[in-house]
Design a protein. Sequence first.
Length: 188
Amino acid sequence: MKHIGILGFQGSIDEHMAMLNQLSVSSERIVNPSTLSSIDGIIIPGGESTTFLKMLHFSKLYEPLCQKIKEGMPVLATCAGIILLSSHIDNLEQESMNLLPIHVNRNGYGPQIFSFSESIALDGFKDPFKAVFIRAPIITKVESSVQILGRDSFKNPVMVLKNKMIGLTFHPELTDDIRIHDFFIHLI
């Protein structure tokens, strides 16, 4: 049975766990390096990327997590998670893991008051997916090694894939649609 870790410092942890539970996949919160060895993949949820960085360093999880992802551990990164994985943050001097060769603009759509949802077409999905954007980043540049699997109505990439790293600028866990989580599980 597949076992998925969810970075457990903040964000929609319970909602991601509920999605995985619907897929009969076990999960656990990851808050220290010792738990990394027991998981087959990890979800980095939304939240606040600078808070994630502080907690990752404080818990001594930053380096081991980067290493596991570099070695091929599948990852699903949503919103703040894609900021952490990105190679460059355009509008702020901020550390990132530099694992996913994309550029992002933090809070690209604006503050929380400009949060929205829209139905988007995603490669490999028969029906549109209702994407929920909350203080979401905008992907401003994608290197050629990264596949764009979906775009918003402004033509911004909103779902990207490189090897076993899925990056989303939206929150699939805030819907009742399990298809993205299922797609992630099938990468493992």
